[in-house]
Design a protein around this ligand. Structure first.
Ligand SMILES: Cc1cc2nc3c(=O)[nH]c(=O)nc-3n(C[C@H](O)[C@H](O)[C@H](O)COP(=O)(O)O)c2cc1C
Length: 366
């Protein structure tokens, strides 16, 4: 079988065996086990607290196209019960769609316990958050502040893996490029690998940058050059073209998409179409209806009130209606709308989406 890339220790297969790339084809990490390959990089939905919670995950799962979703962080504080915190993770939340949990903390023993609890609940890998920039988190030594001391970061990974019969090797790391600056970036990558991380997602912005400026993809390329484990490129992948660019310019092994998938839940399909040479039809109004109505319905199922759910619909449309001038103008009107009833607001959104199809000159519809 032809290997498209043989880096230090693993290879992605150009034509994986039927039924998906098997663990033995990619022996040092199961991340790629469910990946159907076919020349398209593996694609993951990024963890996004509040924005991509279980309500959004349920809606975006109706669209599909991604290979895996990563759940927003579960904070493991120095006090509290990792066992009950782990109950937030449901590995079968979306049936067969793989959802990986992410933990945020720095207390070695608690991170060990939390990892075991998540594995008991069906996690096949556990991701360590090294990116949260919130000061309430970083002042406690967690999230992005782990990037200040590479040896501590590596130590947390090592603790999560553990040793002896209880050893659990599938720990991955999601990191920013640094805390204040990027000086320790490569040291952090080395330390994560040295600690035993089996994949690293790089969101190349510092903690100080939060979400401003452009993600510096050069750093993903730097990480790829030195890494012995898969590098997942993340940050500002908002279109097919940007997806192709990040893969081409950095050599990353997989891509992770966050806000771009809220803006366009069909982006994963479009990207796959590009890499596999298939023509992907744009979503029909029925597809859009399914996405939006599932989102609304899930909000109610998970205990949301009509008013609260209307606010949640507005949060998603803030991204979704960002595709063209026509939609941006419609967005401003929708955000001003005074609906307290989420059902009538849903109908208004769909009505505007129908109008968009009829009247937009920038977007092309059949
Ligand atoms: C609202 C929001 C919440 C986020 N929550 C998390 C989180 O829980 N864990 C994490 O590792 N990253 C989190 N991130 C960062 C994203 O996973 C991702 O790294 C970042 O948005 C850049 O990717 P994008 O440009 O594709 O959105 C969050 C980002 C946003 C915008």
């Amino acid at each position: 079988m032809e290997s498209v890339r043989t880096l230090t220790g693993f290879a992605l297969q150009a034509s994986p065996p039927q039924g998906g790339l098997k663990a033995e084809a990619c022996p040092n990490y199961r991340l790629f086990e469910n990946w159907d390959g076919k020349n398209c990089p593996m694609m993951l939905l990024a963890p996004m607290e509040v924005l991509a919670d279980k309500q959004f995950r349920k809606a975006v799962a109706t669209v599909g196209g991604m290979d895996e979703m990563v759940m927003e962080f579960i904070r493991i504080p120095d006090q509290g019960h990792p066992r009950s915190l782990a109950n937030r993770y449901k590995s079968d939340e979306l049936g067969s769609m793989t959802i990986s949990p992410q933990v945020m903390g720095s207390h070695d023993q608690r991170m060990w316990v939390a990892t075991r609890e998540l594995v008991k609940r069906g996690a096949y890998r556990v991701d360590l958050n090294c990116g949260c920039p919130a000061s309430r988190v970083t002042k406690k030594g967690s999230g992005a502040s782990l990037l200040k001391t590479p040896s501590i970061l590596g130590g947390v990974v090592r603790s999560m893996i553990g040793s002896g019969p209880d050893k659990f090797p599938n720990i991955s790391v999601k990191m920013r490029s640094g805390f204040e600056d990027t000086q320790l970036f490569l040291e952090n990558v080395y330390s994560a690998i040295d600690g035993g991380a089996r994949a690293i997602t790089v969101h190349p912005r510092t903690s100080y940058q939060k979400y401003s400026g452009r993600a510096d993809w050069n750093l993903i390329r730097e990480a790829r050059k030195i890494s012995t484990v898969p590098i997942i490129g993340n940050g500002d992948i908002t279109s097919v073209q940007r997806a192709a660019e990040i893969v081409e310019s950095t050599g990353c092994d997989a891509i992770m998409i966050g806000r771009g998938a809220v803006r366009n839940p069909w982006l994963f399909h479009e990207i796959r179409g590009h890499f596999t040479g298939q023509t992907i039809a744009p979503p029909s109004i029925k597809d859009e209806w399914t996405f939006w109505s599932t989102y609304r319905q899930a909000g109610r199922e998970f205990g949301g009130t009509a008013r609260g759910n209307t606010g949640r619909l507005k949060m998603i449309l803030g991204y979704y209606f960002d595709k063209c001038t026509w939609m941006k103008e419609a967005k401003a009107r929708l955000l001003r709308s005074r609906h307290v009833d989420d059902e009538s607001f849903l109908y208004e959104i769909i009505d505007v989406l129908e109008q968009h199809r009829k009247h937009c000159s920038e977007c092309s519809f059949e």
